[in-house]
Design a protein around this ligand. Sequence first.
Ligand code: C5P
Length: 230
Amino acid sequence: MIRVAIDGPAGVGKSSTSKALAQHFGFAYLDTGAMYRACAWWCLHQGIDLDADELDERLITEAVGEFFTEGHADVTVDPEDPKVLADGQDISEEIRSAQVSSHVSKVSGIIPVRHILIAAQRAYIAREASADSFSQGRGIVAEGRDITTVVEPDAEVRVLLTAREEVRQSRRSGQAGQGVGADDVAKRDRADSKVTSFLTAADGVVTLDNSDLTFEQTLEQLIKLVDDAI
Ligand code: C5P
């Protein structure tokens, strides 16, 4: 079983390249950002005030705990069509809304919330070692902000994907045209970098700056890194 951990800031193209990489190798794909987004969506849905000057961290943590550990949340790991479900309802599109994007860092900045999600993410990753999992034991690509450092620091392949800020901003506004909520990636990265370290590579993590690379070239480099690890 090969575990591929990919971290990086918003708008760097992590999701699209990670999905294509997983498809290439027949691996599962775990979008950990989607899990945090789903938590923000769930809190907003429960009427929890995420705009309060002082967040009710205990209430948010309880809501997230209920969402993830009492079986309301489900995440599918097929890279062709990864989904996030809440009580069986497909919320994969709703979690990309501008409203969720602008609130997600508040939820992901709460340390006990992170502990719940890190445990859930490790469980999804560990499940792929089994022959009756989606990847039939082949492996998984997990992407986010703290996969190379916290969730799976022992992953066989660890990559930090980066790109210059103006490049990321313009990729993100390109996605807005496809129904993905545009948001202030610089602001989100600033908030996120207070709790996760994805702006510089940790020891043993390969940095791949794709500012001047096409999607195909980025994918090619990632494939090579995985091939070298197999
Ligand atoms: O990757 P994406 O932009 O969808 O992530 C949404 C948000 O989820 C991030 O802005 C961050 O607040 C949070 N996140 C995180 N740790 C991760 C993945 C995402 O805190 N591993």
